[in-house]
Design a protein around this ligand. Structure first.
Ligand SMILES: [Zn+2]
Length: 342
């Protein structure tokens, strides 16, 4: 090759090489291009270099410079393309479409909370508002104002957790009735959800801390018929249209008092272990507010009357879902809870 031929060959190699490099669309293609162009053993650049010694010294210097320029241009183009491919075309993702999907855990509202929310919503639609109060109470709010005479057997029944001589953990949500009547003049319609504490042994149907929800309505001319109509309406909406019955009962703070039963949803009334073979499940206690309670709260019992009810959402959950042991509701065992999750 003459000097001119060699210089021209070096230029055309640089030109063609840049085209080849630009067309490389993967790392493998670029590696092949690199070998073809600047490979040590048989690359096209090496072929040109092999022709250099045959030239005269001056011509050799000129041709050598031309070959070097081509080499630098090609290597720069190769490096630039390599960086470009690495940036724009990452390694092809390895997708295994047969792999099982990861299981995602979804949280759900606890069954007792669900019962409370549903009860609260039903009474809200009936015009009740939510009231809350402290869990640490005085004896007066927990017992005295609610017509429990000192040393009344009912106080033994509650088996109270005392914090000090006069302070205790409330045994029911009824102190909130007292606080509400002290703060707001009738008409009053409140629903009171909250935690209560008893020293009950922790057995299949008793827990030392549990939630309660109760309601209170005080106004002029309220009678037992209002209590009955409201609570039956509630029971029909909450449990579905099932037979209900009121049974006379006793509470210090109501007179007369009654417990409301609904027909057992598990056996339909024929008798089963859930309803202890009676065909009925007790859902709440209720009654006309005792005039002594109204007076203790500063409400004129000659002018106003009222009714109240209270129930345990956990027990309601037991009968609604046929759960055999109340402790299941407090164990936080996901295997149990997820069966009731919505
Ligand atoms: Zn039954």
């Amino acid at each position: 090759m003459t000097l001119d031929e060699l210089v021209e060959a070096a230029r055309s190699l640089a030109r063609e090489g840049r085209d080849l490099i630009a067309r490389a669309s993967s790392g493998d293609e670029l590696a092949t291009a690199r070998t073809t162009l600047v490979g040590r053993k048989s690359g096209r650049l090496t072929e040109l270099m092999k022709a250099l010694p045959a030239l005269a010294p001056d011509a050799r210097r000129e041709a050598g410079a031309a070959v070097n320029r081509a080499k630098e241009a090609l290597e720069a183009a190769l490096d630039a393309r390599e960086a470009e491919l690495r940036h724009t075309a990452p390694a092809e993702p390895r997708l295994d479409l047969t792999m099982p999907a990861r299981r995602t855990w979804r949280g759900a509202v606890h069954p007792v909370t669900r019962v409370i929310d549903e009860i609260r919503d039903i009474f809200r639609e009936l015009g009740f508002t939510v009231a809350v109060g402290p869990e640490a109470e005085t004896e007066w709010y927990n017992f005295g104002a609610l017509n429990f005479p000192v040393d009344h057997p009912a106080m033994d029944m509650h088996d109270t957790l005392y914090l000090s001589d006069d302070t205790l953990l409330r045994t029911h949500t009824s102190p909130v009735q007292v606080r509400t009547l002290q703060s707001y003049p009738p008409p009053v319609r409140v629903i009171v959800p909250g935690n209560v504490y008893r020293r009950d042994f922790f057995d299949p149907s008793h827990a030392p801390m549990f939630s309660q929800i109760e309601g209170l309505a005080v106004d002029e001319g309220i009678g037992f018929v209002d209590l009955k109509a409201t609570l039956v309406n509630f029971a029909n909406r909450f449990f579905g249209r099932r037979p209900t019955r009121f049974r006379p009962s006793y509470f210090p703070f109501t007179e007369p008092s009654a417990e409301l039963d609904v027909q057992c949803g598990v056996c339909g009334g024929s008798g089963c272990p859930t309803c202890k073979q009676t065909g009925w499940v007790e859902i709440l206690g209720s009654g006309m507010v005792h005039p002594a309670v109204l007076e203790a709260c500063g409400v004129d019992s000659e002018r106003y009357t009222g009714w109240a009810f209270g129930m345990g959402p956990a027990r309601v959950a037991l009968s609604r879902w046929g759960i055999p042991d109340i402790r299941l509701l407090y164990d936080s065992d996901v295997r149990f809870l997820e069966q009731l999750a919505q």
